[in-house]
Design a protein around this ligand. Sequence first.
Ligand code: PMP
Length: 388
Amino acid sequence: MSERKILMIPGPIESKANVLRALGAPTLSHTSPDFIKTFGNCLEMMKKVWGAPSGQPFIMAGSGTLAMEMAAANLIEPGDRALVVSSGYFGERYAALLERFGARVSVLRAEPGHTVSLPDVEQALGEHRFKLMTITHVDTSTAVRTDPLPLARLAREYGVLSILDGVCSVGGEVLYQEEWGIDVVLTASQKAIGVPPGLALMVASEEAIRTWKNRKTPPGSYYADWTNWLPVMEAYAKGKPAYFGTPAVNLIMALEQGLGDILNEGLEARFERHRQTGQAFRAAMAAMGLEMIPASPDEAADTLSAAFFPEKVEGSSFMQAMAKSPVVVAGGLLPKLRSAYFRVGHMGGVSESELQTTVEAIASSLAECGQAADGKNAWDAARAVLKP
Ligand code: PMP
């Protein structure tokens, strides 16, 4: 294997040793008592991590996009109206996906680096009778965080279901699904949950399940249909096996470790650690003269950061310089600005030394591209936030 580098992209992220050990353990039968216990524990822990004690968790083999699709497939019937509150690339993905299921989709688009304003959402909700509204908690293309709480409140007021794409937030950003009144919160294993890629995860509210039960037509996806999966989740929650499609046994064993680690750290402590890490990383970027994509610090995510290349730095040269460093970061994703910025993930169990190595690698890559940047000074700025 070639030299191992520190993975600082916004997913997949590094997984801890206990998670990787569980992944590498001998595969169990999906009907064995040990696996039934593991599956049941995961479902129970998800409700805690999501802040949704009466929610219905689903664990499926697939990526985050399958979780997005599962929500759309089960809640949309052809002709239903859906409102997409988009702060970037993944909002656009949700709009395209909803259309596949026959939704009539309206999209509210924020300018890059911004969120959609509350009055704009309220106005849109007043214009049509929407069945559901999607919100991207953290759009990984822009590192912009949208506050879901006021939007979920508005959705309730207008009798509209709310779906939160929490792929880049669950387990890192503050979130209390039930208290905030969000109907579906979905994510994937490979981000702030800290488990290798391969699991689509979601928790649905009682109202979302009721809406699905009252459908007049079957969902347009056979694989994602809750008719097939709900009995499986209910059985494992009661300590019994059930089968529709073979569960991703080893990934679910790893998920038990990942969710356990989150709960052992404590949700509040974990949110606070992410808040500090995000703030510290942005302080280091600012000290190197970098400008962030999020227009306001209040709307900057804590799970990842996105920064513009300085004027005199050629993006591709910077990425080439970074490729020689011990750290892997990601390029831009938003089509309009793709070559103008880069992204760094700092979610999950990222350590102080990994952060420091990343800051130093960015400083020397900038210097190699002709932009004076002092890594030590930048790390001091980060440390001042981490250890005031
Ligand atoms: N939504 C957001 C906010 C994401 O960051 C991602 C993945 N980067 C997705 C959806 C899609 O997830 P996946 O790549 O696991 O399908």
